[in-house]
Design a protein around this ligand. Structure first.
Ligand SMILES: *Cc1c(COP(=O)(O)O)cnc(C)c1O
Length: 372
């Protein structure tokens, strides 16, 4: 059994993907060819956002947002303590300070009350300027944007939606990657919509922001490529990846997103009486980047993971270390009391095999092993 079976997906779409790759090879247009623009149009349309700017990966997408807003030294960006490293890394990389915020035990996403408390704390201390909230749609579930928008408005902050895991989810029909002033996603192979290497995208409704992003991704270009009006990056999405994504996006939209939701429903139905299954609040739709259960403590979690392994069932711990405990951020002074939920989650979470091509027999095997 595979944790996320990418080979099976390739075989389901092989003819179309092979054709798309050969077409790019024959076109000779390897950089920013037509498939890149076509993909941007399709994804803007799907998310309901005016502009989609494809780029080299999800980390660059976040960095480009920081650059667009001119975030740098002295600025505070509020980031959930329970997330993938990139979400905090790009803030520090911009020279700003990530202020980590604890998460909700049931949704794994940033806790709005804790966020408000941390913003007030930073304001009281008077050392850093609060600038933006980086909200992560962790494991595929959109963050609580109703509450976050209220807090952003109250304190005059921007919202950056890190939708690397959230693409395809929605809240009452409003799609993930449409919630922030800027939103980003990643096409890393194991993400909900993945390519065959690295890729990412930035989303915004704002025309000026979109123009800035398009300049930044090609060395800060001005009117043309050899006219450089600002310091940028080299962060293009390959034509080849865009062509592969155009095939995979159709499958994602038409049936894969429904298929992962069916797997999740089945897991929850079978497991909710045995372990703590992931919560999906009313009106929310997840893209199930991960299906993550919670055990009572670290001992029980580690024992279950070992037992699953003996049965040939792969599982993963996302994430074993809170951001505030990462050595890379050791220079900052953190109060352990601010991160009780994340610290507990790091010891108790376990992500199960999850992908749109999962067979009923495999789901049954996972369920049976856990029940045992
Ligand atoms: C994967 C991921 C990223 C980074 O995406 P890459 O394409 O690997 O650079 C950022 N944030 C979150 C939450 C992620 O899961």
């Amino acid at each position: 059994m595979q944790f996320r079976d990418l080979k099976q997906q390739y075989h389901a779409l092989k003819n179309e993907i092979d054709r798309a790759m050969i077409d790019v090879a024959e076109s000779g247009n390897f950089i920013h060819g037509q498939p890149v623009r076509d993909l941007e149009t399709a994804l803007a349309d799907y998310t309901g956002v005016k502009h989609c700017v494809a780029c080299a990966n999800g980390t660059d997408a976040l960095t480009m947002a920081m650059m667009t807003w001119g975030i740098g030294p002295g600025d505070a960006v509020f980031v959930p303590d329970f997330t993938f490293f990139s979400s905090g890394e790009i803030v520090a990389h911009a020279g700003a300070t990530p202020v980590f915020v604890d998460v909700h035990e049931d949704t794994f996403n940033i806790d709005a009350n804790e966020l408000d408390r941390m913003i007030q704390k930073v304001k009281r201390e008077g050392v850093l300027r609060p600038k933006a909230i980086l909200a992560v749609d962790l494991f595929g579930l959109p963050a609580d944007y109703v509450a976050l928008n209220g807090i952003a408005e109250k304190h005059g902050l921007l919202i950056l939606e890190d939708g690397a895991q959230g693409f395809g989810g929605n809240i009452k029909g409003k799609m993930a990657c449409s919630f922030g002033d800027i939103a980003t996603t990643s096409f890393f192979p194991a993400k909900p919509l993945g390519c065959y290497g690295d890729g990412g995208a930035v989303f915004t409704d704002d025309d000026e922001t979109a123009e800035l992003l398009r300049s930044i991704r090609v060395h800060g270009k001005g009117a043309m490529k050899y006219d450089n009006v600002r310091i940028g990056l080299n962060s293009r999405l390959d034509t080849l990846q865009a062509a592969i994504l155009s095939v995979k996006f159709k499958a994602f939209r038409d049936y894969e997103i429904g298929a992962v939701n069916a797997v999740a429903e089945r897991y929850t139905h079978e497991l909710e009486s045995v372990v703590k299954t992931p919560a999906v609040p009313p009106g929310y739709y997840s893209s199930w980047a991960q299906y993550t259960i919670k055990l009572d403590d670290r001992k029980q979690r580690d024992a279950l993971q070992a037992r699953l392994k003996e049965n040939g069932i792969p599982s993963m711990v996302y994430y074993p270390k809170p951001m505030h405990r990462q050595a890379a951020f050791a220079g900052q002074n953190f109060d352990e009391n601010d991160y009780r939920v994340t610290t507990k989650l790091a010891d108790t979470v376990l992500s199960l095999p999850m992908h749109p091509y999962m067979k009923d027999e495999d789901i049954a095997l996972v369920v049976k092993a856990i029940k045992q």
